[in-house]
Write a protein that binds this ligand. Structure first.
Ligand code: SAH
Length: 372
């Protein structure tokens, strides 16, 4: 095993992550070729290597001249993700990786393999500024936004892992991406949208993963949801609601002090109407905090009020307790009653499987442990 750079200081004077091919769209890549004195057709070649074959090292691009390889390595293929460690569980079907970025910031991504799909949970920020008290990342505060390429490279590494059969279950294909790792994606809007385009554009421009297989999860930044609606993409929107009443949501999801439940649901409904894609309402069930039967009834009522087509479904998440917090998941009978009432109220409801819980789930906890 190679030694890992555990202390990683940024190059003097550099604050932004280094530019990478994945930061650029196809025309930006052509312009970069001109700047570097490399023929324009190299833009497509490089794109095929990176997005089509998941190669991130010009030394392996044998169809380039040695001089071009050298010129391009530093300029367009800096190392963005330094592997710190990985953990597996669920018989190897869940793989969590902790990455150290160029400036020492830590982020993680989690690959989850199911019989019919493989999902990668990715980070969009180092830390998070939303301060939700039940979320490990929320306790860290925001370090910084990730660059587009720092987001995309998480996907490329996972796509390569799947293709090469480097995870239990043999070779396969990465099919789904969820922005449910660290960070609030709509607070890093432009870079996240550019990353979604790189992830979903067909080759050689991007990775060619279906937009329908990409989920953007948000605390409910209403202007961000409205902008996303106007993009007219077909990504799934998930809204982390966690309670139907403003009084409790003001503490559980502090941004609710700016954008109230009704405004968030209106924006989500408009998204569903525009895209014809069902919005997912995320609800972490917390014992004696938000799991009362009346809250299930109120949630069903507020959702049903808005649309007569099935614009929404509720995804209950058993709380993954964070270290040092007194909060816990709801008992199973309470969870079952909550589900029963939502369904009786006419709302499609699922309970999320708790993949990766024994390796601290997809909730920012591995990076939190490393930092302590
Ligand atoms: N900031 C975005 C995406 C990151 S979190 C958002 O809030 O949607 C992804 C999901 O995990 C969110 O629904 C979040 O509320 C949930 N989550 C965070 N911490 C959790 C925990 N300890 N247990 C269960 N779910 C949690």
């Amino acid at each position: 095993m190679t030694a890992l750079p555990l202390v990683f200081s940024p190059p003097r004077g550099v604050k932004k992550p280094p530019r990478h091919l994945a930061d650029l769209d196809l025309s930006g890549r052509r312009a970069a070729m001109a700047d570097l004195g490399v023929p324009a057709f190299r833009a497509n070649q490089l794109s095929n290597h990176y997005f089509g074959r998941f190669v991130n090292d010009p030394a392996q691009m044998s169809d380039l001249s040695a001089a071009d390889r050298a010129a391009l390595a530093d300029e367009l293929f800096p190392t963005l993700l330094n592997h710190v460690r990985e953990q597996t569980c669920d018989d190897g079907m869940t793989l969590k990786t902790l990455w150290r970025l160029f400036d020492g910031a830590l982020v993680e991504s989690v690959l989850m393999r199911y019989p019919e799909r493989t999902t990668l949970c990715i980070s969009s920020q180092a830390g998070c500024g939303m301060a939700c008290p039940f979320c490990a990342t929320g306790q860290q505060g925001l370090t910084r936004n990730l660059s587009t390429a720092e987001i995309v490279d998480q996907v490329v590494v996972a796509a390569r892992t799947m293709r090469d059969g480097a995870m239990a279950g043999g070779p396969g294909r990465l099919s789904n991406i969820v922005f449910m790792g660290m960070g609030e994606p709509l607070a890093n809007y432009n870079r996240v949208i550019a990353a979604v385009r790189r992830i979903t554009d067909p080759a050689p421009s991007g990775l060619g993963i279906s937009q329908r297989g990409v989920t953007v999860s948000t605390v409910g930044l209403v202007p961000g949801i409205e902008r996303l609606t106007a993009e007219n993409m077909h990504v799934r929107l998930a809204v982390s609601l966690h309670t139907p009443d403003d009084e409790l949501r003001d503490t559980l999801v502090p941004i609710n002090n700016r954008f109230k439940v009704d405004e968030v649901l209106d924006a989500a409904w408009a998204y569903a109407k525009q895209t014809r894609r069902r919005v997912s309402i995320e609800y972490a069930l917390i014992r004696d905090v938000n799991d009362q039967p009346w809250r299930a009834d109120l949630l069903a009522k507020r959702l049903r009020q808005r649309g007569d087509f099935p614009w929404v479904h509720v995804n209950l998440i058993p709380l993954n307790p964070t270290p040092g917090s007194e909060w816990d998941a709801s008992p199973k009978p309470v969870e079952r009653e909550f589900v029963r009432r939502l369904i009786a109220g006419g709302v499609t409801t699922t309970v999320r499987d708790t993949r990766g819980q024994e390796i601290d789930g997809a909730c920012g906890q591995l990076a939190a442990l490393e930092e302590n």
